[in-house]
Design a protein around this ligand. Sequence first.
Ligand SMILES: Nc1ncnc2c1ncn2[C@@H]1O[C@H](COP(=O)(O)OP(=O)(O)O)[C@@H](O)[C@H]1O
Ligand SMILES: [Mg+2]
Length: 267
Amino acid sequence: MSTLQKIAITGKGGVGKTTLAALLAHIYAQEGRNVIAIDADPAGGLAGALGFPPELAENLTPISEMEDLIYERTGAKPGSFGGFFSLNPRVDDIPDRFSILHNGVRLLKLGTLEKGGSGCLCPENALLRALVTHLLLYRGEMLIMDMEAGVEHLGRATAQAVDAMLVVVEPGRRSIEVAERIRELAGDIGLRQLFVVGNKVRTDADRAFIAGQSPLPVVGYLSASPRVIEADLRGMAVYEAAPEAVEEARAIARQLEALAEGAEPEG
Ligand SMILES: Nc1ncnc2c1ncn2[C@@H]1O[C@H](COP(=O)(O)OP(=O)(O)O)[C@@H](O)[C@H]1O
Ligand SMILES: [Mg+2]
């Protein structure tokens, strides 16, 4: 049994972060783990990739948009600057109260988290930061966080609690450049374990390109698959539409467990 528990996923827009997050969340749930999936990309979409029925997904409000909750917990209205508000609001009840559950995966949607350096010192950020810290440090379940490109919005404490950061790339320069930037920033905030996942791979040449260009160790590949696209078009769970992608993602999970530092040896 591996100690790997908190996985975050980043990379350029459109490379397949949400697809990978949904596959990994499903795999760990199927294997009997308690799984919480965190949609931390303002672009969203994780509910769809996880196959949440629309009537359930409707109940999923991003925490950053819950004005009454933000006010109740921080003592200030969202968007207010300069006033007094709690930097240490109570958040421990939020994951269970505001998440939705489907096929063994609990899903929580954060909404927009402002970037650490430039971001505003405002109540909604204080609440989201406290919530992310709580999820990473004080909850015992398997966590899969689907993030936007970049790691700047993670504070040091949260970055250090991430067991593995996966950077998704596709065969092409631009997503590799994004991975390079992420690698440069990672050290500053104390992110320790970063890996690349190659997605939308069609040929051995694509694999060789990613293996040759990746600034980070590669934990595996997902093949380009019309079934994955089909799932997105039809609003189906990617793990139901593309069983071959599930098997590839399972291999990625196993390799990640083997490579992630601090993981206990098998057997
Ligand atoms: N392995 C794949 N094969 C084919 N299409 C893919 C694959 N992975 C992702 N896609 C498609 O690419 C698009 C972007 O994927 P998504 O997971 O939403 O990316 P991101 O979350 O990084 O923006 C979607 O239409 C998705 O279906
Ligand atoms: Mg996405």
